[in-house]
Write a protein that binds this ligand. Structure first.
Ligand SMILES: Cc1ncc(COP(=O)(O)O)c(C=O)c1O
Length: 366
């Protein structure tokens, strides 16, 4: 018998719920969790102290305008605070942007292995996701532009992208923007930008400052180590900031998150330490895995995409099983169209050594 209950909007039931990185292994042992691109260094001690101090005022609503945090972000990057919108993680901002600019019949474009939230946000808004192929796991600007048409409302670009770790240089981002009609919004998701050390990279600030149809999203979840607090921000043209402020919840960021975010920004040394750690260990892990005969996609983020052989017993699923039996959790990325790969977040020195040792055993090299 057909259901007579409430029916969700078209598109909603096409969404496969986002599956977060796993966090436990059988046997009750404390796992080495390298499945969600979290920093192994944790947050700045200053952010932690500010978070704890915020416990004194939990009966009060937070500052709904997030003014102290917007001013701190503006000071750090030389921005106009009026054009910054804070959110409950950058996920919320991605959703709000789709909610405000995409409706039934509209399209968004992103790349084959682009961050999964773009599909979810598009379908939630009744829109149609359009996927552009990548070249060698890297964004192909021409492929995106070829798929932009009269129904396109948003192009989502993760730069660097998760889960591939690849990026496109600023010139290419500019070329992408130049090819878009003025009514199409370019959303540059720069969640991992703080890790990137490349002269030809720019997070997106310049395009937001100089165009009316570019938004850049950022997060405190990655290098700042505040994933549990859910804190992100978007830098927008004034008209788009105005729209997002109309559709967001009035208190969408909690007071402890606001306080920790301001304090985190004041600890530049902590960020530098995290970058140096990543600069040391990412190339080391990639080189060690390649010595084992595995392929690693060159990454500028704090994670790597590891490609496994197709042979049964040597494939990504088998590797995942062996790693879990050693208490190590990487990320299965079949949902990203990458069933032959695992994504590994760069961990502590011990974590990284443990992964290399376990995969050496897996590949029969130990
Ligand atoms: C590319 C990308 N964008 C956005 C996010 C979401 O970050 P947040 O924790 O700020 O919602 C992630 C988290 O994995 C990500 O990888």
């Amino acid at each position: 018998m057909a259901s007579t209950g409430p029916v969700p909007q078209p598109g909603i039931l096409d969404i496969n719920p986002y599956v977060p990185g796993e966090s436990s292994v059988p046997g009750g042992i404390k796992p080495i969790k390298l499945s969600s691109n979290e920093t192994p260094l944790g947050p700045s001690p200053m952010a932690l102290a500010a978070y704890k101090a915020a416990a004194d005022g939990l009966e009060r609503y937070p500052d709904g305008s997030a003014i102290a945090l917007r001013q701190a972000i503006a000071r750090k990057w030389g921005l106009n605070p009026d054009r910054i919108v804070c959110g409950c993680g950058s996920d919320e901002l991605i959703n709000l942007i789709a909610h405000a600019y995409v409706g039934p019949g509209d399209e968004t474009v992103y790349t084959t292995h682009g961050f999964l939230m773009y599909r979810i946000a598009t379908l939630s808004s009744g829109g149609k996701p359009v996927v552009a192929p990548e070249k060698a796991y890297r964004t192909d600007v021409d492929a995106i532009l070829a798929r932009v048409g009269p129904k396109t409302r948003i192009v989502f670009l993760a730069n660097p992208n998760n889960p591939t770790g690849t990026y496109i240089p600023h010139d290419e981002v500019r070329r992408l923007h130049k090819g878009l009609p003025s009514q199409v919004l370019l959303v540059i998701d720069a969640a991992y930008s703080e890790y990137v050390r490349r002269n030809d990279y720019e997070a997106g600030l310049e395009l937001v400052a100089t165009t009316d149809n570019t938004v850049m999203t950022r997060t405190f979840s990655k290098i700042y180590g505040l994933a549990a607090l859910r804190l992100g921000w978007a830098y927008c043209p004034a008209a788009i900031a105005d729209v997002l402020n109309r559709v967001r919840g009035p208190f969408n960021v909690t007071a402890p998150a606001l306080a920790a975010g301001v304090a985190a920004l004041s600890d530049g040394a902590h960020v530098e330490t995290a970058v140096a750690h990543n600069e040391k260990w990412l190339p080391w892990v990639a080189a060690e895995l390649e010595k084992l005969g595995l392929t690693v996609t060159p990454s500028v983020g704090n994670f790597i995409l590891i490609h496994f052989p197709a042979a049964k017993g040597k494939d990504a699923a088998a590797a995942d099983e062996l790693l879990k039996s050693r208490g190590i959790i990487l990320r299965r990325v079949a949902a990203y169209g990458l069933p032959a790969c695992l994504r590994m977040t760069i961990g502590t020195a011990d974590d990284n050594r443990a992964v290399v040792a376990a995969l050496a055993e897996f590949m029969g090299r130990s």
